[in-house]
Design a binder for this molecule. Sequence first.
Ligand SMILES: [Zn+2]
Length: 310
Amino acid sequence: MVAIGIDLGGTKIQGVATKGDEVVGEAKVATPTGGVEAVVEAIVTCVARLDAPASAPVGVGAAGVVDTETGTLLQAPNLAGFDGPVPFGPLLAEALDTRVTVDNDANVAVLAEHLMGAGRGANDLLGVWVGTGIGGGLILDGCLRRGPGGGAGEIGHMALVGTTRMCTCGMVGHLEAIAGRAAMEAEARRRHAAISAGTPTLMVELAGDKRMKSSVFAKALDAGDAVVSELLDEAVVALGTVIASAATLVDLDRVVVGGGLAEKLGPSFVGRIEQAVRSRLFVPTSPLRVLPASLGDLAGALGAARLSDL
Ligand SMILES: [Zn+2]
C-alpha cells in the first residue's frame, strides 16, 4: 500500500510516497509564511506532485509540540502564523479528503532511523538532531515514547549546571543553548566583537552578515580556527554529558546523531560525541553505541509515512 509522508519544517516541506521501505515519489516545496491556510495549500500541492492514489494515508512530522491524539499543533514557533493551538490534522484531512496523522518532526525522524536506518535492530534508541536547534526522539521497548505531555525525547531542553546561556525556549542552561548551531553562531559573533578582548574568528569572516551555515563551521574547523574548535569542544562535552545522563536513566542500546550540523561535520564529530558519552556512563560495560544517522534529509518524511502503521 502506498503511504505519504510529509516533513513540515520552518523553511521547506519535504514529501515522499512510499511502498514499505521503498520510496516511489519525492517532492519538495517552500514553506509559506502566510499562516495555516497557506501551509495547508502548500501541502496539498506537494501531495499532488507525488502522484499517489488519492486514498493514500498521509503522515505529517511537524516542527512543534503536537497532541497526537487530535492532530493539534499546540506550539509551532518556527511556523509563521501558527499562533496558539491549531487543529492541523483535521484541517489537512478535510483538504486532502484522506486520513491524516500528525506527530513531532524529531519523533518521526527517529522512527525512520529505527525502522530502516542506523537505529535498525535497537530496541531502546535515542535520536539526537543537531541543527539550528537540538531535537530528539526516544524509542523505548521498540515503541516511540511520546509521554503524557507529548514532550518525551526533547533532549535539547535538558539542563546542564554551570552555564548561564539563555535557551530559545526562555530558560537558562539548556543543551541547545550550548550545542545548537544558532546558539554557537551567536556565541562566535559575541566573541568576535567583544570590545577589549575580542577573538577574531574565520566563522564571522566567512558568514559575514548572513546566517552562519553548517558549512561555515566545517570550513573554519578545517582551517584551524580557534573559536570554532572551542565552541565544538564545548558542544561535544555538553552533548556527551546529557546523552550519558539520558542513557543512565533509561538504559539505551543505541544513539543515532543526525541533523544539518552533525551531517556537515561528519562521522568524526559523532565519534567524539561517542567518546564523551562512554567516559560518562554509569555502567561502563554498557553495549551502547553512538552512530551517525543514515537517512539524511529524508528521515522526517520517511518516518511520517510510517505513522499510519502505528
Ligand atoms: Zn530550552
